[in-house]
Design a protein around this ligand. Sequence first.
Ligand code: NAD
Length: 252
Amino acid sequence: MILDMFSLKGKVAVVTGARTGLGQGMAVGLAEAGADMVIINHSPMPETEKMINDLGRKCLPIEAELSDISVIPEIIGKTLKEFGRIDILVNNAGIIRRAPSLEFSEKDWDEVMDLNLKSVFFLSQAAAKEMVKQGGGKIINIASMLSFQGGILVPSYAASKGGVASLTKTMANEWAKYNINVNAIAPGYMVTNNTEAIRKNEERYKSISERIPAGRWGLPEDLKGAVVFLASSASDYVTGHILCVDGGWLAR
Ligand code: NAD
């Protein structure tokens, strides 16, 4: 039956950047749908761990600096040791750096690219190798409105998220034959640490708010439905897709 297809009971899901914001919201959503969780962050995640345990799901927190891809074998190793498999990977960890393009530094370029794009590819590659052995899996990348638009003052972020959209399609094309679905969620303007700076700028906050057809900024909970859909067998014939959860922003 259709609702059973959304169940993640018995599945193991890995979510990066799960300490706060969208990663925390999606990790809780996947756990609510029945998945046991591996949560990854460069700093401790006691709140997310408790939220998952309170739902009766198992949770393995792994502290890892994801901008350095040498941590990946340890992440895969610990996950397999604890749960024996990886069914779902959500590449959510991401950062943003703001400065005019004329003055933008190499450091702000590299730090954003290493986490937002390079680690997404190499963690996906490592997880996909396990998924091939298991007969399939689901990879969900977190893109952005800036996968489609240029933004202002965020050259490395826009380039990284444009890259995430392209990479999603490349991996989807190559891995569909292994039963691995690769999709992305492109959130609109959401209330998290990532958007704190623009929400503090009254003028920017007002102009963005007025342009959102839904009339409000998104919340981490707003991604739960999309992530559970893309992680579940309800989306088995969906791959290479970028699902916008943006209150209508791009339609305007
Ligand atoms: P956030 O800052 O609350 O979340 C980012 C998470 O990644 C945090 O838990 C942070 O501790 C973790 N993290 C940061 N650097 C890390 C590192 N080097 N290694 C491991 N973990 C690290 O912000 P958010 O808005 O929830 O961002 C989550 C994702 O959503 C990002 O990829 C972001 O680009 C994307 N996104 C956000 C919005 C928005 O409006 N907030 C819109 C589109 C896309």
